[in-house]
Design a protein around this ligand. Structure first.
Ligand SMILES: NC(=O)c1ccc[n+]([C@@H]2O[C@H](COP(=O)([O-])OP(=O)(O)OC[C@H]3O[C@@H](n4cnc5c(N)ncnc54)[C@H](OP(=O)(O)O)[C@@H]3O)[C@@H](O)[C@H]2O)c1
Length: 258
């Protein structure tokens, strides 16, 4: 699927939301190494400062935000526009995972997950898009998950939010590709981060956050819409979702300790 690419990140103005740890931190560092200008956002300012300090300070902006707060996202966006005149890439990485099964399903955790993982990226996109549309250029990249492909155990709130992000990116693509704005739907498999450190099972095809960042940046450089990795795992899950349900459920039950 052909769409615009960022072939070289040098001097590109990138807003990374969820930059303080895990995949977002690794992406922010890799972008700074590629000489991009990076606006670093998330709640933990001290973690963002530590990343910025390790590089040329003029390369980054520190913009603490909580993705649940629309006004904070708008203020951060305003600052980037004032300082840099625009955004070439919005890279939305932030997300939360609360393991939930039917016997501990509760609306509080479900609401928190939906607000963070669906409305969070929607707030950022709604804020950044008007300027990109006016400029007729830019890129929107959203980190979803292979957990959004089809239902998996222990992801009673997380899975639906990631499925929603797949649909959101697909739907954005119709409108934005003809306008010259790139859309990148990012679906990682298991990545070793603070979020997955809580998992009490062996994670198949586990990769490091640095490997994930490399896949993400390369996918954007190639102009890919569907950036998924590691292929040995994401490809297998893509295959599973086209199987009839009885076979799909049988295989998942067989492979996952439920
Ligand atoms: N690790 C995996 O195996 C895996 C697999 C597939 C998809 N993913 C997705 O990858 C993304 C990153 O996950 P990760 O594994 O790197 O997790 P992580 O290390 O826990 O990082 C999560 C990031 O999101 C930020 N964040 C969370 N809630 C926020 C809020 N309300 N406002 C602002 N920032 C917020 C955190 O920053 P602060 O706490 O400083 O705010 C942090 O920077 C998530 O969307 C996750 O669903 C991860």
């Amino acid at each position: 699927m052909k769409q615009v690419a960022i072939t070289n990140f040098a001097n590109q103005r990138v807003w990374v939301i969820g930059a303080s740890s895990g995949i977002g931190e690794a992406c922010a560092k890799a972008l700074l190494q590629h000489n991009a200008k990076v606006a670093l956002s998330s709640r933990r300012i001290e973690r963002l400062e530590a990343i910025a300090k390790a590089f040329d300070p003029s390369q980054s902006l520190l913009l603490p935000v909580d993705v649940l707060n629309t006004a904070a996202i708008r203020n951060a966006h305003q600052t980037i526009i004032q300082q840099w005149g625009g955004i070439d890439l919005l890279l939305f990485v932030s997300g939360i995972y609360i393991p939930l099964r039917a016997d501990d399903f509760n609306i509080e955790d479900a609401q928190k997950t939906v607000d963070s993982n669906i409305l969070g990226p929607m707030r950022a996109v709604a804020t950044a898009l008007p300027d990109m549309l006016k400029a007729g250029r830019g890129h929107i990249a959203i980190v979803g998950s292979v957990a959004g492909y089809s239902g998996l155990p222990k992801a009673l709130a997380y899975g639906p939010t990631k499925a929603a992000m797949i649909n959101f990116c697909e739907t954005l693509f119709y409108d934005l590709q003809p306008k010259g704005i790139g859309v990148h739907m990012i679906s990682p498999g298991f990545v070793a981060t603070e979020a997955t450190a809580q998992n009490d099972f062996e994670m198949p095809a586990l990769i490091s956050a640095e490997e994930a960042a490399k896949e993400i940046l390369q996918g954007i450089q190639r102009g890919e819409f569907d950036i998924h990795f590691p292929k040995r795992f994401s490809g297998f899950l893509k295959f599973l979702r086209i199987l009839p349900y009885p076979i799909y459920f049988w295989i998942v039950r067989k492979f996952v300790k439920i």
